[in-house]
Design a protein around this ligand. Structure first.
Ligand SMILES: *Cc1c(COP(=O)(O)O)cnc(C)c1O
Length: 392
């Protein structure tokens, strides 16, 4: 049969039907599996074949369907589903590294990722070097012969700077380091990370993959050897596996992700176009707008600007708070990738634990707002944002 295209795979890929022929994917809410005989149990513990399960922490039919479908979308050989995005990030790193290893990471990271690198890996004797992810000279200077892995968010939170996946992968591979890319902000719809040279891609499925605010989840994607040989033994024994119910929610999320993310991206572009040059704003950041300093890199690496827009109110924190409190449709929250448009004030919420100097060096000013664009009517969103800016 000819190879199926992405949107077909998102609806049908990875589906395994039970003897009942159910149309929608079944939720196998079972922690264990019964064997026909003692000999069958023995054989399965020795080596479980495809569609042979032992215990839900090791694998489950609904979870396997999700893994197969998201791997098809990413163009990865295999994937391991995890209980949350952080279980994916920590699992990929902890399964890879041992005491004495060196890891280089981009400094602009989700707070929990920074904690895993500096506090957790640090405690186990892994040395961490943080670099400016956009500066290839810093990557070149930091990656060494004993560097085991490099880690970065391909689009940084909340300032939407891109890391050049192809260039950083080349630098890392020269020294034999594994490239682990947290691709949440770039989204699996626009990801070309593996084709660009990353070895491993991790997602918080909580974001665009569910996209409807219902569940936590995550996934680690890469070669079959890495996923089954390195990740699976670590995850199945340490307990960060995904629940079957979560996998079912996310299978349904994948059916619509392409439509949702493309619609959200179109609206994000429209909003950015309306905000650029607004008198109340000192800065508008959208990778899909020609004013973004990495517009060319975005075009090559993603082909679209994504669902996030950031902007800075010239009046600082007071103006930012007045703006947030005046919004009527857009919600104040810290989730992202959701059907509902969400505004976040990073300096006082997601990034409040960083020292003020660190925030400043990352470009997170007191007037900065991060907007995750949802599925509402674009005209209603523009009207809500402009009215709130007027009130700020
Ligand atoms: C949300 C997020 C995570 C963590 O995911 P959870 O599902 O909340 O555990 C990791 N990295 C990035 C970039 C994120 O946005």
């Amino acid at each position: 049969m000819t190879q199926r295209r992405t949107r077909t795979n998102l609806v049908h890929g990875g589906t395994h039907r039970s003897q009942w022929g159910e149309l929608s994917e079944a939720i196998f809410l079972t922690q264990g599996f019964a064997y026909d005989s003692a000999a069958q149990a023995e054989a399965r513990f020795e080596k479980a074949g495809p569609d042979e399960y032992i215990y839900a922490r090791y694998g489950n039919p609904t979870v396997a369907m999700f893994e197969e479908r998201i791997a098809l979308l990413e163009g990865a050989e295999d994937g391991f589903a995890t209980a949350s995005g952080m279980a994916a990030v920590s699992g990929a790193l902890m399964a890879t590294c041992k005491a004495g290893d060196h890891v280089v990471a981009a400094r602009a990271l989700f707070g929990s990722c920074l904690y895993v690198l500096e506090e957790v890996l640090g405690r186990y004797g892994v040395e961490i070097t943080l670099v400016d992810g956009t500066d290839l000279d810093e990557w070149r200077a930091a990656v060494r012969d004993d560097t085991r892995a490099v880690f970065f968010e391909s689009m940084a939170n909340p300032t939407l700077e891109l890391v050049d996946i192809r260039a950083v992968s080349e630098i890392a591979h020269e020294k034999g380091a594994l490239v682990i890319c947290d691709n949440v902000f770039s989204t699996p719809v626009y990801s070309r990370a593996l084709a660009d040279g990353a070895d491993v891609v991790v997602y918080s499925a909580t974001k665009h993959i569910d996209g409807q605010g219902r569940t936590l989840g995550g996934v680690i994607l890469g070669s079959r050897e890495f996923i089954r040989g390195t990740v699976e033994p670590y995850m199945k024994h340490t307990g960060g596996s995904m629940s079957p119910f979560t996998a079912w929610v996310l299978l349904k999320g994948l059916e619509t992700i392409d439509l949702r993310v493309r619609a959200q991206t179109a609206t994000a572009g429209e909003i950015a176009g309306r905000l650029v040059g607004h008198a109340a704003l000192s800065r508008v950041i959208y990778p899909g707008h020609e004013s973004h300093s990495q517009y060319d890199l975005m075009t090559r690496q993603m082909g679209a600007g994504g669902t996030m827009v950031a902007f800075e109110l010239a009046g600082g924190k007071e103006a930012a708070f007045r703006f947030l409190d005046a919004l009527e449709i857009v919600l104040i929250s810290n989730n992202l990738g959701d059907a509902k448009t969400i505004a976040t004030h990073p300096a006082t919420t997601t990034h409040s634990r960083l020292a003020p100097e660190t925030r400043a060096s990352l470009g997170i000013s007191d007037g900065l707002i991060r907007l995750s664009v949802g599925l509402e009517d674009p005209a209603d969103l523009v009207a809500d944002l402009l009215a709130a800016l007027a009130a700020s």
